[in-house]
Write a protein that binds this ligand. Structure first.
Ligand code: PBG
Ligand code: ZN
Length: 321
């Protein structure tokens, strides 16, 4: 405990406080769907919506009013195929969304999640050989096509969430070769095979049709493995590294922060959101719990927090900070 003389008034408490939140810390995820005039609440994630392209400008205005400057886009197209084609075509849903948003508000900073699971019929993040082994070469080739097409459409940053070894290096090469040397890559470096992604699979319609993601995501029981993944992504040229999920993995965030001099991001995932959201909405927890959850993620070492609570943060900061 702090001595009484340091606790006695608000001014001195603020002076010595180690961690504060600001709207520059948070990235808000948006789910874009095909169709027209759609703003549909996602069943598993109260307060989060599926939006069609024509509804994006109004949403962007609303986000701006709430102080949000950074978004990460996820596409949920009607059609998927075996080759994940909808992910890299020029008029793909994310490519279109980037153009619509940038035309409406060039200042909104757009990060694009790069993965295949939302675009591939089997809902997996990569391709497999006949024998069930991961087809790394084909997976990387396709992921690079996706990356460059997002850059071409006008994205500001890419965030590969596929977990293929060598993906960051391959994407860096592909981006540089296409003239996008200044586009940063944020790696989902330590990505656990977590049950906390449950509500997202519903939101992104990306539950695997067979098996699970354990062959390419990490065992929640391990932390050394995560350090290896972080080190690998740094070596490959990642500009920012990420840990996902966030709250049950604060030790991983703190450990990775010690290992790396790069900016660290953490993803407070759908299950963390659903848990706190439901508890607050049902009066089991005070809404201050939302603020505390984000503050603790930052204290652990993340300077960037991807969170579905970004819309509430401005008012939470005004009330509690
Ligand atoms: C796609 C992806 C997932 C999430 C972010 N990108 C799902 C997964 O890995 O299964 C999860 C986000 C969340 O739960 O909020 N690879
Ligand atoms: Zn995926």
């Amino acid at each position: 405990m702090l001595p009484t003389r340091l606790r006695k008034n608000q001014a001195v408490r603020s002076l010595i406080r180690e961690t504060e939140l600001s709207m520059n810390d948070v990235v808000y995820p948006l789910f874009v769907v095909d169709g027209e005039n759609i703003k549909r609440e996602i069943g598993s994630m109260k307060g989060q919506y599926h939006l069609s392209l024509d509804r994006l400008p109004a949403e962007i205005d609303a986000l701006k009013d709430l102080g949000i400057r950074y978004i990460i886009l996820f596409g949920v197209p009607d059609e998927k195929d075996a080759e994940a084609t909808p992910a890299f075509v020029e008029d793909g849903i994310i490519q279109e969304a980037i153009r619509v948003i940038k035309k409406h508000d060039p200042e909104m900073y757009i990060i694009t999640d790069v993965c295949l699971c939302e675009y591939k019929s089997d809902g997996h993040c990569c391709f497999f050989h006949q024998n069930g082994e991961i087809d790394r070469e084909k997976s990387l080739e396709t992921l690079c096509k996706v990356t460059v097409s997002y850059a071409k459409a006008g994205a500001d940053m890419v965030a590969p969430s596929d977990m293929m070894d060598g993906h960051i290096a391959a994407m860096r090469d592909a981006l540089d070769a296409a003239g996008y040397e200044s586009m940063p890559i944020m790696g989902y470096s330590a990505k656990y095979a977590s049950t906390f992604y449950g509500p997202f699979r519903d939101a992104a319609n990306s539950a695997p049709a067979f098996g699970d993601r354990r062959s390419y995501q990490m065992d929640p029981a391990n932390s050394e493995e995560a350090m290896k993944e972080v080190a690998l992504d740094i070596e490959e040229g990642a500009d920012i590294v990420m840990v996902k999920p966030a709250m049950p993995y604060l030790d991983i965030i703190a450990k990775a922060k010690e290992l790396s001099y790069l900016p660290m991001a953490a993803y407070q995932v759908s299950g963390e959101y659903a848990m706190i959201r439901n508890a607050v909405d049902n009066g089991l927890l005070d809404e201050k719990a939302i603020y505390e959850s984000l503050l603790c993620i930052k204290r652990a070492g993340a300077t960037i927090i991807i969170t579905y609570f970004a819309k509430e943060l401005k008012s939470l900061i005004e009330k509690y900070q």
